[in-house]
Every structure is written in structure tokens, then in C-alpha cells.
Design a protein around this ligand. Structure first.
Ligand code: SF4
Length: 570
């Protein structure tokens, strides 16, 4: 295991700590959440010096285990006021693991905007005053020119500097595209520390060695083989996550017109199928791309314009759903351009997409008017009144505009799956420790499990409980969610995954390792939220999902409250 690097922003000093109980053998979400639970007072001001910002690679980062390089970012959330972990692909997690760091804990607040550079010899603090107000794209180019290509950058744009509730944290890929730990406003916490960017340079560092190299090689090979054999992986590889647009539209649960419809007439024009053909035709377009080293699925893409200029990488289902169908915008180019502006200013495309839709519902702009939506999003970086409003997310915007139908739980906008037809996902939205977060346990229809009915009113609680525990463990290992889906249908692969962990840590693990770890993470997170003051009454979807029928199915969200109240009874 690596060490914990503690950085005190008040004094601009750092120290390295050996990992020991209670943090031993933890990584990713398990470690960020454990540190928050033990070191951040539940009533702490989210933007005050008591809140801590933690970066942690998963336990498997830097090893040969496929798709295992995600970076977890944790803090108490400015958006939800709950504990929060958001994770991202990119190059940072593997580099941190190679340097020998299992976590960076950012404490206090610097007097002026600061840059931190980390390499094998230690930490440098550099004034970031000349970089103040820069968008992520220009910032990354400048840092790359100055510090070379063997770096990963974790940064905020003006959204984080202005401490907007929907501010994201950008993480660069190996080829310097932007991925993001986008949810929960963690960019605002980074801004509150006066931290513009962290540069990680792993020059001269060896790769991470397992305690048992033979066991790791064998288990990792079996795991890769199993993942690649699953049909869903082929679909993600061919069409990216945007494959979900037509699937969810067919199922009648594609978030459409601020969650008033389950199908979008323009779905084909924003689909994975359409995008892929476009990217094949356009210069420099890439329908297949990987967001991190070691990925064997490559669901990402590089979306360019007619002239081959890169607009964004990657253009993903959640962005397309929230900015596209949910705003009735069927122009994939304008969606990509809005995505780019969000990346640049450093805000979550999902919460901003939700904010645009509630503005449309309020009549501030017309449904489907992509040009006006683009102009509105550009106002975030300019700091106008409307820009500040939508930069603070869907709930803030809905309240400000007097909209009654605001699709959020605990302040965070839902993902692009309507919970009236995906009721297990609805339970996850309602009960997750982090507000409405589909990555915590998304119960989508699965051809390999035809017995599961996602729109049945009962039995969804146990499904969500299982998935929330499973994905809490996956987030702790640093495994990409898409690589973890085949393991749900092929439980033997879970044994290979546990064997990989055991080979890395040297600890023997039993077959219940994954689920036990996931439950333990959820339990700690729940206790933190209880101490903040949340209760079961907060684990509910907005009323309109219970009362308004979703067309065309006529479904309402009718899962009994007892099922949601039972989620944390392990
Ligand atoms: S499958 Fe997609 S999200 Fe996962 S690591 Fe690969 S490119 Fe990134």
C-alpha cells in the first residue's frame, strides 16, 4: 500500500504518513469516505477549513488489472451537504499509485491561489495567481507546455474558483483530454482551498508491484478474458455509452422534457449509432477511445467538427440525455459544444443540463432551443446573474425560477433515466448516501436477467441495496463501472477480482469480500449523513414522480416507502 500525503494549505507544508488502521488496505471511495467520517465534523461548513478534499486511487491502481485506474475524489458536498465521492478516469490515479501515494488529503486554505506539483521527490507549492480565472482547456495547455507531457493534471476552472455548487474537478487523460469528477460540487471545495491545480509527475517511478505477481497475473488474465466475453462490452466498445440513448428510449425511460416524457422524438439524432457514423466521417473523429491506460473496453470517443477540430472527448450518455433529450435538443453538435463549455468552466454537465431544462420549463428559453441554451451556458464563465444561477445546479435554478417540478434528491439532479420506469434506479436515487446518483446503483434492464422487471413496484429495494453495496466496493477498487457490469452476470469473475486484490495487498480474502466491503462503506457514509441531520424522510423522490404518469407507459413511481426505509438494514 502507498502512503497518505497530507497537504496543509494554510502553511503550504506537507507530510507523508504510513497507512495503518483504520485506513489500511483501503483505497478509492472506501478511503475517501473513511477519512471524511473520521476527520471532518459532520456539521462542518462545506467551504470552510474544516472540510477536507481527498484524492485517492483505488486499491488496484497502477497494476495490470484491467480498467482499474479511476481516481476517487471525496469531501462533504456543497451541492448535497452529504458525504460525497465522485470518481473519474484519466491518468492521475495510476501516476499517484506509481509515486507511492494511496491518498492526498488537502486541509486548510491557502492565502492565494496555488498550484501543487507532486513527484517522487516531494511536493512543490507554486503561486497560481497568473492562472486565475483560466478555463481548464487553456490551463492544461499552459501547464503541459511548462511541465512536459509526463504529467497528469487535476484542476478547476472558474466554476470551482467561484465555488459554484455544480463545480467539477477536471482530470486529464494520457492524451490530455478532460475527464471529470463532476458530481456533488467538489470543484467548489477545491476552490475553497484556493487550489487551482495538482500536477502529478511520475517520471522515474516504477510500476506498482503486487505481493504475489503470479497470482495477480493469472487472476487478472482471467478477469480480462471474462469481461471481454460479455456482450454489453461489445456494445459499449462499438457505440460508447451513447448506446444507451436508443435503449432507454425504447424502454420509455429516456429523461425527456424535464422528465415529463419517457421518449424523445429526436432520439435517433442524438444516438450512439448516429454519433458513431458522424465521427467516422469527420476528420480526426474517433468513435473508439480510452480514457485511461489499461482500459480494455474503450467506450470513450473524440468528437470533432466538420473541419476536424476537437470539440470534446468523450461525449457521454448522461450529458446527451440531460442536455439533449431532457431539453428537447436534438442537435448533437450543439450538445457537444455545451459539453465543452461546461468542461472549460468546470461544471457538471448533468446538473447544468437539469438547470437548463427547468429554465425551459419556467419559460426563460424555449424547448429544443440549443442556440439559446449554448448562450446561457457561456454565461457561467462570465459570472452573470443567470450564469451563476445555472452554475449552481438544477435545484438552485429551479428554486430561483419558482419551478415546482425540480428533478433532484438532496439537491443533486437525477441522471438521464426516468425512475418511474426504472424503479430500482429510483430507489438508488432516493436512498444513496450522495443524493441522486445513478453510479451508486443503476438497475437497468438486462437481457441476461429477464426475470427482473425494472418497472415492477415491489422488490426494487433489495435490488438497489445489492447494487449500492456492489458499486461502493467497485468504486473503492478504482475499477471502471463498465468493466464491472459483466461481473454481475458472471459471479465467478468476482472471485478473480477478489484474487487480484489479495495478490496486491497480500491479505487472504474470502468470497464475500466485495459485498462486505461495500456494505461497510455504505454504513459509514450513512452514519456521517445521519450526524449531519439527514433522516429517512430525505430518502424520497420529488412528488411529481409519484403523481404524474410517465408517457407512454403510464407508470408512476410507486415503490413502497418501507422498501426504501429498509435499504440500510444489512
Ligand atoms: S470503459 Fe470507458 S469509462 Fe471505462 S476506462 Fe474505458 S474508456 Fe474509460
Amino acid at each position: 500500500m502507498g502512503k497518505i500525503l497530507r497537504i496543509n494549505m494554510d502553511s503550504l507544508q506537507y507530510k507523508l504518513e504510513e497507512i495503518s488502521y483504520p485506513y489500511a488496505n483501503l483505497g478509492g471511495r472506501a478511503l475517501t469516505s473513511q477519512i471524511i467520517c473520521r476527520e471532518v465534523p459532520p456539521k462542518a461548513d462545506v467551504l470552510g477549513s474544516e472540510n477536507k478534499l481527498i484524492f485517492s486511487p483505488g486499491i488496484l491502481a497502477g497494476t495490470t488489472v484491467p480498467n482499474s485506474g479511476r481516481l476517487s475524489v471525496g469531501a462533504k458536498s456543497p451541492l448535497t451537504n452529504t458525504i460525497k465521492e465522485a470518481n473519474s478516469g484519466g491518468a492521475a490515479a495510476r501516476k499517484l499509485a506509481k509515486i507511492g501515494l494511496q491518498a492526498i488529503v488537502i486541509e486548510g486554505r491557502a492565502k492565494e491561489l496555488t498550484l501543487i506539483r507532486i513527484d517522487k521527490d516531494g511536493v512543490n507549492f507554486i503561486s497560481a495567481i497568473p492562472l486565475k480565472g483560466l478555463g481548464n482547456y487553456e490551463l492544461i495547455e499552459r501547464l503541459r507546455r511548462e511541465y512536459g507531457n509526463n504529467i497528469a493534471i487535476i484542476s478547476i476552472g472558474p466554476g470551482g474558483e467561484s465555488k459554484m455548487k455544480a463545480a467539477s474537478i477536471a482530470v486529464t487523460t494520457l492524451d490530455f483530454h478532460i475527464r471529470a469528477a463532476a458530481r456533488g460540487g467538489l470543484g467548489a471545495v477545491m476552490g475553497s482551498k484556493n487550489l487551482k491545480a495538482v500536477i502529478i509527475d511520475d517520471t522515474g517511478c516504477d510500476r506498482v508491484e503486487a505481493k504475489d505477481k503470479t497470482q495477480l497475473r493469472e487472476a487478472s488474465t482471467e478477469l480480462s478474458r471474462g469481461i471481454l466475453s460479455h456482450p454489453i462490452v461489445g456494445a459499449f466498445r462499438e457505440l460508447g455509452t451513447a448506446v444507451l440513448v436508443m435503449m432507454m428510449n425504447a424502454y420509455g425511460c429516456l429523461a425527456t422534457k424535464n422528465y415529463s416524457l419517457g421518449q424523445f422524438v429526436g432520439a435517433e439524432k442524438i444516438s450512439g449509432e448516429y454519433m458513431t457514423e458522424l465521427m467516422k466521417k469527420r476528420p480526426n473523429g474517433q468513435p473508439v477511445h480510452r480514457c485511461m491506460e489499461g482500459c480494455i473496453i474503450n467506450c470513450s470517443n473524440i468528437f470533432t467538427d466538420e473541419n476536424g477540430e476537437v470539440i470534446v472527448s468523450g461525449l457521454e450518455y448522461e450529458t446527451i440525455g440531460l442536455i439533449g433529450s431532457n431539453c428537447m435538443i436534438d442537435d448533437i453538435d450543439i450538445i457537444a459544444r455545451i459539453n465543452r463549455v461546461c468542461n472549460d468552466v468546470g461544471v457538471d454537465t448533468m446538473d447544468v443540463g437539469g438547470a437548463i431544462a427547468v429554465c425551459m420549463e419556467a419559460g426563460l428559453l424555449s424547448w429544443g432551443d440549443g442556440k439559446s441554451a449554448f448562450d446561457l451556458v457561456k454565461e457561467i464563465g462570465r459570472g452573470t446573474e443567470k450564469g451563476l444561477m445555472i452554475g449552481n445546479g438544477c435545484k438552485f435554478t429551479g428554486d430561483k425560477m419558482g419551478v415546482k417540478r425540480i428533478p433532484h434528491v438532496k439537491g443533486q439532479c437525477l441522471a438521464a433515466y426516468d425512475p418511474r420506469s426504472l424503479k430500482g434506479t429510483g430507489v438508488t436515487y432516493a436512498t444513496s448516501t450522495m443524493g441522486a446518483d445513478h453510479t451508486c446503483g443503476n438497475a437497468i434492464p438486462n437481457p441476461a436477467n429477464p426475470a427482473y422487471n425494472p418497472s415492477a413496484p415491489t422488490g426494487q429495494g433489495p435490488v438497489s441495496q445489492f447494487l449500492q453495496s456492489y458499486f461502493a466496493a467497485i468504486d473503492s477498487l478504482g475499477l471502471c463501472l463498465f468493466a464491472s457490469l459483466p461481473l454481475l452476470d458472471m459471479p465467478e469473475l468476482q472471485k478473480h477480482l477478489a484474487s487480484c486484490v489479495s495478490a496486491v495487498t497480500g491479505e487472504p480474502l474470502d468470497e464475500n469480500y466485495l459485498m462486505n466491503m461495500g456494505k461497510s462503506v455504505l454504513k459509514s457514509e450513512r452514519q456521517f449523513n445521519d450526524a449531519v441531520g439527514f433522516s429517512k424522510e430525505d430518502d424520497r423522490l420529488p412528488k411529481f414522480f409519484l403523481e404524474e404518469k410517465l408517457l407512454p407507459s403510464g407508470n408512476v413511481f410507486d415503490v413502497p416507502e418501507e422498501e426504501m426505509d429498509d435499504i440500510y438494514n444489512f
